[in-house]
Design a protein around this ligand. Structure first.
Ligand SMILES: NC(=O)c1ccc[n+]([C@@H]2O[C@H](COP(=O)([O-])OP(=O)(O)OC[C@H]3O[C@@H](n4cnc5c(N)ncnc54)[C@H](OP(=O)(O)O)[C@@H]3O)[C@@H](O)[C@H]2O)c1
Length: 288
């Protein structure tokens, strides 16, 4: 497969390039400097020149709180740019796999969200990503949208890297770290997700897919697991409620971010592993 990866310098994009290269795909990974996806001429030029079989879009403006203050920038990068990518794919016949987020939901359901649940984003970031989904899905059977959550990878800033940095400074101080216990989701490891994105591209799968590692936890519970996996005392962290965050974050987060991977199950595709059965420890080892 000849694969084009946009956002290739990011946490997920770099692992998509690595996963596809490892299985022998012909991969071109373009980072933000090499291709700004908001530039329509450059996007159309790149796609028509490279003529990939599939394009995996891992580029996005992911600064969730900053998006609140600059909706134009958020919608340009996360929605309008996807229109240019879809246009390029339409011209060349490339299959588009576009990455989206749990933040398209408001988090009020009392069960995991499946692919057909109503979306209702609470933040500018979530709204811009939802608009990007619509742009991708305009391609019909030539596009898949993959919603994922709580990404952690070797090449990014994420909860694993944050907790390890904080813990190293506060050894021996029980309760020194405080994380919320009333927001739940599925931590997802980019190395695992990358392989599934590549599979969906190869199969030219269409429509919305939820793809996460298995294992739903609160942020507090996830931090306990990270501390354990890193050889730190889990008593370093204490649970708090979102209302106790001081100052509160500009963008509201969904309380329930758990995504049911219903389409993968129905299509008899393998679910990603439970994050406690390898992925977390593997990432900790890579970071050590
Ligand atoms: N991180 C999470 O927890 C999470 C959860 C759910 C879904 N997602 C989704 O997963 C995808 C990958 O996220 P990630 O964690 O890998 O984020 P990331 O590390 O921030 O990577 C995104 C990449 O996109 C690049 N980018 C931004 N604007 C661009 C533009 N106009 N043209 C080209 N590249 C651009 C960024 O480059 P610069 O940094 O140089 O601007 C960055 O390298 C995104 O679609 C995100 O919405 C992420």
């Amino acid at each position: 497969m000849r694969l084009l990866v946009t956002g290739a310098g990011g946490q997920l994009g770099s692992d998509v390039v690595a996963a596809a290269s490892a299985v022998g795909d012909e991969v071109v990974g373009l980072d933000h400097r090499a291709l700004d996806i908001t530039d329509r001429d450059s996007v159309l030029g790149a796609i028509t020149t490279l003529r990939p079989d599939a394009l995996i879009n891992a580029a996005a403006w992911t600064a969730v709180d900053a998006c609140e203050a600059d909706p134009d920038r958020a919608f340009t990068a996360n929605a309008v740019a996807v229109r240019w990518l879809a246009e390029g794919c339409h011209r060349t016949g490339a299959h588009l796999v576009h990455v989206s987020t749990d933040y398209v939901f408001d988090g009020s359901l009392d069960r995991p969200y499946h692919e057909w649940d109503s979306t209702s984003p609470r933040s500018v970031y979530g709204a811009s990503k939802l608009a990007g989904e619509h742009e991708a899905l305009e391609l019909g059977p030539a596009a898949a949208v993959v919603r994922t959550s709580w990404l952690c990878g070797e090449h990014g800033s994420n909860m694993v890297t944050l907790v390890r940095r904080l813990a190293a400074d506060r050894v021996g101080h029980a309760g020194a770290l405080a994380f919320v216990d009333d927001q739940r989701g599925c931590p997802t490891f980019t190395a695992d997700l990358a392989s599934m994105l590549r599979r969906l591209a190869l199969d030219r799968r269409a429509g919305v897919h939820h793809v996460t590692n298995q294992g739903a936890v609160s942020w507090y519970e996830f931090v306990v697991e990270i501390l354990r996996a890193s050889g730190h005392d889990p008593a370093l962290v204490r649970p708090i409620g979102t209302a106790e965050l001081d100052p509160p974050r500009p963008a509201p987060r969904p309380a329930n971010s758990v995504l049911d991977n219903a389409v993968l199950r129905a299509a008899c595709l393998p679910l990603l592993r439970d994050f406690r059965d390898g992925p977390l420890q593997e990432l900790v080892t890579k970071l050590s």
